[in-house]
Design a protein. Sequence first.
Length: 273
Amino acid sequence: MPRKRKLLAQLSALKSNTSFPQIDALEKLNTTPGADPSPKSSKYFVIEKKNSPQLQADFFNQPCVSLARSFLGQILVRKLPDGRELWGRIVETEAYLGGEDEASHSKGGKQTQRNAAMFMKPGTLYVYQIYGIYFCVNVSSQGEGAAVLLRSLEPLQGLDAMRELRRASRKAPTKLLKDWQLCNGPSKLCQAFGIDKAFDQRDLTQDADIWMVPGQDPPGEQDVVATTRIGIGNRGEWAEKPLRFYLRGNKFVSVVDKKIEREMAARGHSPCS
């Protein structure tokens, strides 16, 4: 099935059991005189006035690697202060196992004020800052000090708001960002969704401003690429472990591993179309 029709079919299934209490505000924004006429949602999605079931604690309560893979295809939702909702499908993650994982902020089991969220119950957000200006968001899992980094999203709803937030976070004027550029990296994702240090230690199962809902078409094994993590430097064997996961063939992924994908193709693992 072509990708566009497949996404429309997925959303059709999601509509059957969902309601959006804030959709009226979003519709008013879309019809405000003088407002930006460009689409507020992905061209593949048409959102109806319905409410989606939220992922609960039992989903997050699984081992780190399992959770990193399970996140693929799920949907992150962010409700802005003005009532608009941003939706993004998770397409790339990284697992950080804590303890012996030399690339983890909790290596050696060390707990600090900064990484405290990694030791909290599964489903807790761990937000940290890099280079003194950018943020990255993780979700705690089973395992002492273990968490999953959300690396990339496929924007589904609220793309104009994402562009506004990305533009506000950058100092110099730039060209209008394409859809695939909005959330294709951990810091870009945080900028586009307005996620900063204030979200650290929040519970995804309880928070009114950020949560997850289930995707309608879980990827199969042939759709998931397992490869090495990005930007972790010299961490010995841990730099080579396949702890990054992404949806094969998805253009919203930040970095693809062509070698691994060629090997998958040679084994006859064709991604679903």
